[in-house]
Design a binder for this molecule. Structure first.
Ligand SMILES: Nc1ncnc2c1ncn2[C@@H]1O[C@H](COP(=O)(O)OP(=O)(O)OP(=O)(O)O)[C@@H](O)[C@H]1O
Length: 234
C-alpha cells in the first residue's frame, strides 16, 4: 500500500524553482533515501512532506490524505527530525519530552520508554543546553517517535556527528525499521545501509530512482556520480 504519493510536485521560492514536477510513490514500510548535491531541493521537498510548506503545483498524499487540506490530520502520522532539533535548552530531556507528550496526548510512560530506546535514561534529568550534538540528535529522534508515527522524515540525521555517534544513531534508528522512512542525507554509505531505495535529486527533479541492493554503497556511489556529474550524464 502506498504510504506517500507525490504527483507533479513543484515548489517555487521567489524566482527559484526549488522542486520541479517531482512524482514518486513510497510504499508502506519502505525506506527511501533522498540524495543530491547542495541546492538540489532535498530540504524543500522534505519540508513539503512534513507539511511545513505546501506545493506551488501538484499534490502530496500521506496515508491516503492530501497534505494541503488535511495537514493537521497528516501530522499525527509523521515523525519529523529536521535540521533544527526543536528542543528547549533550559529544560531537561525528560521535561522536553513531557512537554511534547502533553501537546500530543501521549502518556508519561511512553516518555520513559522512548528515553530508554535512545539511551538517554541516565541523562534524562540533565538540561539539554549541556548536551553534546549527538545527545541532542538522539533526543530529537525521541521527540520524533514519541507519538508512534507510521512515517519518519529524517533530514540529515547524521550531519555533524562523529563516526561513533553516527553509528549509535544508526543503531537507534534500526529500532524503527518497521516504519515508512524518508531520509535525506549526503552520507551515501549510511544511506545505502538505511535505505531500500534511492531517489537522486538534481536541480529540483528526480534524476534517478533505483533500488539499493544489499546495502551496496559502491553501486549507489556510481548511480550518484552519473546523476550529478554534468560530464557523466547518461
Ligand atoms: N527561502 C528560500 N528562498 C529562495 N530560494 C530558496 C529558499 N530556500 C531554498 N532556496 C533555493 O532552493 C533550492 C533548493 O534548496 P534546498 O535547501 O531545498 O536544497 P538541498 O538539496 O536541501 O541543499 P543542501 O544539501 O545544501 O541542504 C536552492 O537553489 C536554494 O538556493
Amino acid at each position: 500500500m502506498a504510504s506517500i504519493t507525490a504527483e507533479g510536485v513543484t515548489k517555487r521560492l521567489g524566482s527559484t524553482v526549488a522542486v520541479r514536477d517531482v512524482s514518486f510513490t513510497v510504499e508502506s514500510g519502505e525506506h527511501v533515501g533522498l540524495f543530491g548535491p547542495n541546492g538540489a531541493g532535498k530540504t524543500t521537498l522534505m519540508q513539503m512532506l512534513a507539511t511545513l510548506s505546501f506545493p506551488s503545483d501538484g499534490s502530496i498524499q500521506i496515508g491516503g490524505r492530501d497534505v494541503t487540506p488535511d495537514a493537521t490530520r497528516v501530522r499525527r502520522d509523521l515523525g519529523v527530525m529536521g535540521h533544527r532539533p526543536m528542543l528547549y535548552g533550559t529544560l531537561t530531556a525528560r521535561e522536553n519530552l513531557r512537554l511534547h507528550a502533553r501537546l500530543r496526548g501521549v502518556s508519561t510512560d511512553r516518555v520513559e520508554e522512548v528515553l530508554g530506546q535512545v539511551n538517554l535514561r541516565t541523562q534524562a534529568s540533565t538540561r539539554v543546553e549541556t548536551f553534546s550534538h549527538g545527545m541532542k540528535k538522539r533526543l530529537a529522534i525521541a521527540r520524533a517517535v514519541l507519538h508512534d508515527p507510521t512515517v519518519l522524515l529524517l533530514d540529515e540525521p547524521y550531519a555533524g556527528l562523529d563516526q561513533r555517534s553516527a553509528a549509535d544513531l544508526q543503531r537507534i534508528l534500526d529500532q524503527f525499521d518497521d516504519r515508512t522512512v524518508v531520509l535525506a542525507t549526503h552520507d551515501l554509505a549510511r544511506g545505502a545501509t538505511d535505505c531500500d531505495r534511492a531517489l537522486v535529486l538534481v536541480d529540483g527533479t528526480v534524476s534517478r530512482d533505483v533500488q539499493i541492493e544489499d546495502s551496496a554503497t559502491d553501486a549507489l556511489e556510481t548511480v550518484y556520480q552519473r546523476a550529478t556529474d554534468p560530464a557523466d550524464q547518461r
